[in-house]
Design a binder for this molecule. Structure first.
Ligand code: NAG
Ligand code: NAG
Ligand code: NAG
Length: 558
């Protein structure tokens, strides 16, 4: 119920960011609320669904297409590993055949849809990385939707038991089965793997999957490109906010650090907590950690930054500008010339609390952009509280927030907490602890008959496939310099440095945020310089890889 409430509360705010946001971000329960909204906004943007339920599966109008790409379906087992189960589902995909050259017979580029509807990945097929690579190789581009997401729906509801086939091993087996058996509509030639070179691409979670596919199915996956691939799963992911703290405009970061230090001190003292929370319109929100979670929300828009004009979000910069606004109109001496704590900067509130003007600005921003979207007559606890278990126990298929969160709770983690060292500078409250961030795993997924969500995710499932050190010939690693997910990729400061070679590309996009190479423009000459550069490099190494391709021997095939 309350998810629905949240939906109308915040959709407007996030609609713009929805198209470019990944849902990988774990920002506590409030963050989860936000993803849910993003997904809903994206679904709304994609237009009315033509879904009709028939028999045991879902079937789409045969004529449906997205951006001119016809929707197609591939039948998959629900369980690839249980020989006694014969249930199946239909996995959705789209094909770009514009550049296909039958004389060459491939290659095939497949883009893993990851943790969202494949519809949200279509621009990558149309003008982005799939189009770019296909155009320069006479190949075929494919977007393959991930099981359980979009309309590749496996089950009739999202209870804990019914989510038990949503895991890395099953979804990797889907991709392998697809590559080995798909027959493309309108293409006579056999383009299955391993008889045709397949190059597997993914960004973010799907980037990790691309790397995993090269390791797990080396005979089927000729090459792979992991863009912002989070091959390191971590239970605590405080480094996410650390990247933002260091990469943001230093004035903005300083304001945030000072605000959080003050806010944490006031909250732990107790007496003035209420007037402080009132600045944010959250005086009635019962739990201080919920307050900390709501005021963290704007930081999520760092990840939404995107160089592509159609997907760009300015929310983060707008937030920073709002914090810095002089209290009495413009034209004054910049208050930033005074150190924090100087009387010139302080504003005294009714009740005697004196705070820095940037905290007053912070409060105004949260109040106007988030809190005021809670409908009149509904308590802030109803809108923003996270301690009522019942609100999470909703299992209908439209509760799409349950999907990635289930993967977080079982295999991936990434709870974005405050830094573990209390003396480390921080831009989020110390109340954002692992306990707070992960409680939703217990609240949302009560134990089922067939499956129980572990106390903490078993990140070994991910990390045993290579972690920071994951490497193979024809596995490219591409990351963004200021991507908040970089600490979880092979470009983490914790990882060893590598050489960048044609056979093992290892590249950082300067100033890049999250999988910046995935977007593209039809004319590369129109792209920003760093993007054009990475695209030219990608075209080059892929062309070089393909030169080495040898079809497997007939005998080896049989
Ligand atoms: C699937 O298995 C069940 C029993 O295990 C059987 O009754 C059913 O006929 C099978 N369906 C198909 C399509 O093979
Ligand atoms: C979910 O679906 C299963 C069948 O897959 C059914 O047995 C169960 O009762 C459903 N639960 C809810 C809460 O809808
Ligand atoms: C975690 O996953 C690893 C790798 O799959 C497995 O060996 C181990 O038994 C799992 N641990 C638990 C507690 O389930």
């Amino acid at each position: 119920m309350r998810w629905q409430l949240g939906l109308c509360v915040l959709t407007g705010l996030l609609a713009e960011a929805a198209q470019s946001l990944d849902h990988l971000r774990v920002l506590g329960a409030q963050g989860v609320n936000l993803w849910k909204l993003e997904e809903a906004a994206a679904a709304a943007a994609a237009g009315p669904k033509l879904l009709v339920q028939g028999g045991s599966g879902f079937h789409l109008d045969a004529e449906e297409s997205v951006a001119g790409f016809k929707t197609q379906w591939f039948r998959q087992p629900v369980d690839h590993f249980d020989k006694n189960s014969n249930a199946t589902f239909l996995q959705r995909y789209w094909v770009n055949k514009r550049h296909y050259n039958p004389d060459k017979g491939g290659p095939v580029f497949v883009l893993d849809g990851g943790e969202t509807s494949g519809v949200n990945r279509i621009s990558f097929l149309d003008t982005g990385i799939m189009e770019i690579l296909a155009r320069h190789t006479g190949g075929v581009g494919v977007v393959l939707e991930h099981r359980y997401y979009g309309e590749s729906i496996v089950v009739s509801n999202l209870t804990t038991d019914n989510l038990r086939w949503l895991n890395n091993a099953q979804s990797a087996a889907d991709s392998a089965n697809f590559m080995a058996n798909v027959q493309f509509n309108g293409i006579e030639e056999d383009l299955t793997a391993p008889n045709t070179p397949w190059i597997y691409y993914g960004g973010s979670y799907a980037g990790a999957r691309a790397a995993h596919m090269r390791i797990l199915y080396p005979d089927l996956v000729y090459g792979a490109i992991a863009s912002s691939g989070v091959t390191h799963a971590a239970i605590i992911n405080w480094e996410y906010m650390e990247v933002i703290r260091k990469a943001a405009d230093p004035v903005c970061s300083a304001h945030l650090e000072n605000s959080i230090k003050t806010i944490d001190a006031i909250l732990s003292n107790g007496r003035l907590a209420r007037p402080l929370k009132a600045l944010f319109g959250l005086q009635d929100l019962r739990h201080n950690d919920d307050f900390a979670s709501v005021i963290e929300s704007p930081l999520g828009s760092w990840q939404a930054k995107c160089w592509h004009p159609d997907f760009a979000s300015t929310h983060f910069d707008d937030f920073c500008a709002a914090l810095d606004k002089p209290p009495f109109g413009s034209g004054m001496v910049s208050l930033n010339e005074f150190p924090y704590g100087a009387p010139e900067r302080m504003i005294t509130l009714p009740g005697g609390l004196a705070v820095d003007f940037t905290i007053v600005n912070y409060g105004k921003y949260i109040k106007a952009n988030i809190v005021e979207r809670c409908p009149e007559g509904v308590s802030t606890d109803m809108c923003f509280g996270t301690w009522d278990e019942e609100q999470y126990q909703v299992y209908d298929l439209d509760q799409e927030w349950r999907l990635w969160l289930f993967q977080v709770c079982t295999e991936w983690g990434y709870f974005a907490t405050a830094p573990p060292d209390p003396d480390h500078p921080r831009i989020v409250s110390k109340l954002l602890t692992l306990g707070y961030e992960s409680k939703i795993c217990r609240m949302a997924y009560p134990p089922g008959k067939h499956f129980t969500v572990p106390t903490l995710p078993n990140v070994t499932v991910v990390n045993e496939l290579g972690d920071f050190d994951i490497a193979a010939d024809r596995l490219a690693i591409i990351d963004g310099e200021v991507d908040p997910w970089r600490p979880d990729t092979p470009h983490s400061d914790y990882a060893y440095d590598r050489e960048d070679t044609i056979v093992r590309p290892f590249k950082v996009i300067p100033g890049g945020v999250h999988h910046y190479d995935e977007w593209g423009l039809l004319d590369l000459a129109d792209e920003p310089q760093e993007i054009r550069k990475i695209h030219l490099e990608m075209i080059h190494f892929v062309q070089e890889w393909l030169k080495d391709w040898k079809a497997p021997e007939k005998a080896a095939k049989a």
